[in-house]
Design a protein around this ligand. Sequence first.
Ligand SMILES: [Fe+2]
Length: 385
Amino acid sequence: METVESFQLVATPHIIFGSGAIEQAGQWCAQLGNKALLVTGRGSLRRSGWLDEIVSNLSDHGIAVTVFEGAEPEPSVATVESGRQRLREAGCDIMIAVGGGSSLDVGKAIGALAGESGEAAEYQRGRQITEPGVPIIAVPTTSGTGSEVTPNAVLIDQERGVKASLRGDGLVPKVAIVDPQLTLTLPPAATAFAGIDAFTQALEGFTSTGANLVTDKFAAEALVHLAGAIRTAYSDGDNLAAREHMSLGSLLAGIGFASSRLGLVHGLAHPIGVASGQPHGRVCGLLLPHVIDFNLEVTQEKYARTARIVGITDDSNDEAAALSLHDWVAELVGDLQIGQSLSDLGISEEDLEPMIAPAMASGSTRHNPREITEHELTEFLHRIL
Ligand SMILES: [Fe+2]
């Protein structure tokens, strides 16, 4: 009998998953506090009608709600500061973040920093969060980032031109309410970007140097759901079953990579996101086939396994199966109209050099299965320009 390897799995929220789960928001809020700050993006939740539904559900359970519709697509530390001010002024004792990854990240940062005296930018630079914040309920309306279960919030500091994560146990929501119905109104392009982000996170989590036997279960299951549903969710957004599989896949990927960490796609996604201003998911999707190609020589077995479990091939030869995964991903990225090269994102040659240092310093890059030197990274970026 073989021994069992050691592993770690970080804390996850209490998770409520399923179409209709959103109806439980009020009762969960009422268990955790009296006054909620509801953080969301700039209008899409209101337009979809869900904002009114959720506020009325919370009010029915005796919760006083202050709405902060301030989260921008690539959120900044300045937005977190204005949200913290709203939370203090209104005396809120609970945070409910509803929206895409950016809204969840803003809400999580506001909630986690509620008891802290410093500015958000200091904690993004690495200052530890030591004071308890307010309990956070996270409600995703996209199936992408997995932010509803992860201990980090990605923010841009415009002054320093840096995009980086705020990390800490206080950023893990108390409750994650994942209701796929909330994703039905997401337009095709946003569905594609969020979906390929989730797929990338599942695959990078599966192949990360931090992967273990438990995170592998989450990642592998996530890959099956995401690969099986992404095209349908993109072309037929009203298909609830496809939306359910996407929501489940992104949730499972999030649980896995919160512990395993990610890889080179995500190490590069932040500096490329800052330079291009393009959505995170689009950047990830564009990079993914190139990074698979770079990693192929050391990650062949897991790429081959991925190709078999998602049903791309039944070829028992690892080299052939791994190549079929690369080709399948490249075709998917093409079909989702994501682009092939960095110049498709508006990146030019002079943008590349400033990306090297932040990408090399990234925890995601350090968890990539194939080690990369500064020289190799420079060559890689020029190759995919
Ligand atoms: Fe991502």
